[in-house]
Design a binder for this molecule. Structure first.
Ligand code: ASP
Length: 322
């Protein structure tokens, strides 16, 4: 048995209004990743750790997701990216915070995990660590896309709260500032169970449009945005501050340890704890006994699942089979 689940961020209020013009490309990206990595995970060619790293790297490369190239812009119009990763067998972890110059923040987090010390590196030191270890360096102009610049301009002119325009595709398709806003974030994540029964989780993000310089969300914080132990792997998405205040990803593991609690029950309990703190969002989780869940409280959560050879994707409530 092998399972690979992906998310591409949760967001939006109200009823799902159907796909935007950009959504099919977002789903194709997930399908390509799952078709490539799913069979390799199943056959034992890939560990869970490598599968989640490769999956998140591919999502970081897709400019329509808010991670790596295509990350959202902070208040000063620059990109600051966060990523973290964790392995279940030994709870080894790696995390980079507010990095500005690397193509794949998740690979730097993976390398920190493998080196074993320290677990987290910040900003310039993390960029330097990546450089020293021959990870690909890129500049801000390569990371920035027209979509994110348009969203930032819209955020700036409307003086909105941070994050309010993150998945508003109309910012690039239609510059009408009165058009309906979709709140969303577009962070990416992956959780996997490999053929040896091992688990891993990874999460990567540019954060929220207009975030203050120096802000750290939940994504690079082990136990908040990402958690993995021998029983469960978790990757979260949503307003990070609420996921930090509830230690959401770790809380799922705590809830799942309670007697007679399914992974679905545990995940709903966690989202119910996060919600009152202003942190509507979603998560993906897989357990060592083969349960997989992808709940969300927002209008949408981009998601994809490879489960024993079957590939499905979704954005709103409905699920698409390949
Ligand atoms: N959790 C991320 C953050 O707060 C945003 C997201 O999930 O989209 O930085």
């Amino acid at each position: 048995m092998a399972i690979l689940a992906l998310h591409g961020g949760a967001g939006g209020d109200g009823e799902w209004r159907g796909m935007s013009d950009l959504d099919p490309d977002r789903l194709v990206c997930m399908q390509t990743i799952l078709n490539d990595l799913g069979p390799r995970l199943e056959s034992g060619d890939l560990t869970a750790l490598e599968a989640v790293t490769l999956a998140v790297e591919a999502l970081e490369d897709e400019p329509l997701y808010n991670a790596g190239r295509g990350s959202v812009l902070a208040e000063d119009e620059r990109i600051y990216m966060d990523a973290s990763i964790m392995r279940g067998e030994d709870q080894a972890a790696g995390s980079v915070v507010n990095v500005e110059r690397m193509r794949h923040p998740i690979r730097a987090a993976n390398l920190l995990l493998k080196k074993g010390w320290p677990v987290m590196l910040n900003a310039g030191a993390a960029d330097q660590f990546a450089h020293t270890n021959q990870l690909e360096h890129v500049d801000q102009t390569w990371l920035k896309t027209d979509l994110r610049t348009a969203q930032w301009n819209k955020w700036k002119s409307q003086n909105s709260r941070p994050g309010s325009t993150d998945e508003d595709d109309s910012a690039v398709l239609d510059h009408d500032l009165d058009s309906e806003e979709q709140e969303g974030m577009g962070t990416v994540g992956a959780v996997a169970l490999d053929a040896h029964g091992h688990l891993a989780a990874a999460t990567s993000t540019g954060g929220m449009t207009g975030k203050p310089v120096g802000r750290i969300g939940d994504t690079p914080i082990i136990g908040a945005g990402t958690w993995c132990d021998q029983t469960v792997a978790v990757s979260c998405t949503g307003v990070g501050e609420a996921f930090i205040r509830t230690c959401a990803a770790h809380e799922l593991a705590v809830q799942f340890r309670q007697p007679d609690t399914s992974l679905l029950e545990a995940s709903h309990r966690v989202l119910e704890m996060v919600n009152p703190m202003g942190g509507r969002g979603g998560l993906i989780a897989v357990s060592a006994d083969g349960q997989v869940v992808m709940p969300f409280q927002t209008m949408l959560m981009y998601r994809g699942l490879w489960h024993n050879g079957a590939l499905t994707t979704g954005i709103g409530e409905e699920i698409y089979s390949e």
